[in-house]
Design a protein around this ligand. Sequence first.
Ligand SMILES: [Zn+2]
Length: 333
Amino acid sequence: MTFEAVTLDMATLDFPTAADIGTLSGAPLRSWVDTGIDTVAASVGKPAERVRSRLTETTGAKDLTAADEEDLRECLRVLRAWANNPASYIPPARKPKVERPEGIGQLPVPRVIKQAHTDTVCGLCADPVKTGDLTGRMRDPKHKLFTPMGWLCARCLYERRENPRRRDVVLRIFHHLFASSAVGLNAYECGILHAWLTETEAPSASTAWRDDPLDTTLVRLETAVTEGKGATWIAFPTAHTVIAALTAAPGGSAAERELLHAVAQHLDEWHTNPRGVDVRRYGTGPRCRAQVLKATDRPTVLSERGGPFDLHHTPPPTTEQESGTDASVADDA
Ligand SMILES: [Zn+2]
């Protein structure tokens, strides 16, 4: 009896906290997973191999030696939950059947879904994911240019293109610009952006809009909505103007404002390179932007996550494009 109590306390004391797990990487992360497997094996009285295979089954990480750091961190969260409560060391629950949207709002089937073992935050939108909520990961991007996303909330896994929030549209703009791509929006996203740009006079009164009027863009967004288009492409400079005009306008939720300011900050840093990232080494494209983002002395939800992320589009980008833009890098469909 006392043995169990001691094991429980030891596990709690010895294990990295949920916050620590978020910052672990490299060899210490891998070594903690091994330690965690041994700790749980001792506490549930099963061979380490059995714990290891239940762990891979639970997290969808087929092979721990090949698993990326996001999967290893999730392994550690699961091990932490098991170590703290050996009664929770049970086979994984059956995967819930999730109804995916159809048509232009559809996202690819995730690579893995599970219930969250601890409270965490979404690897894309940064919203909280509570213990027991659905979480999961998309398949690795086909194009090498993109960075795999971490564990996402259910909204980001299924709903963000069918029923987008303003923040989903801003994230989309950010990651397309990051990847040197024009910004591809479906009709739902065009509708959200159009409403945001026109609901008050403030965006059109901004300096950014006066210098680069968005009236033609508004017409294209409206047409996209009327015709239910799968993809409408907003050119790189126009997307910059959109962000500047929205950032200059007051209003919106705190989360929307924080995200807009973060995007504006990073667009500016990509332009000015304030930390002097060696552009001869990284070029001027996404690799260089990733370094500038990482080196920022004002970290944001975006710099903490990195990128660029492939946020997917339907159909593939063979439709209308503004001249001088290149959407081909985002072709993942
Ligand atoms: Zn999310």
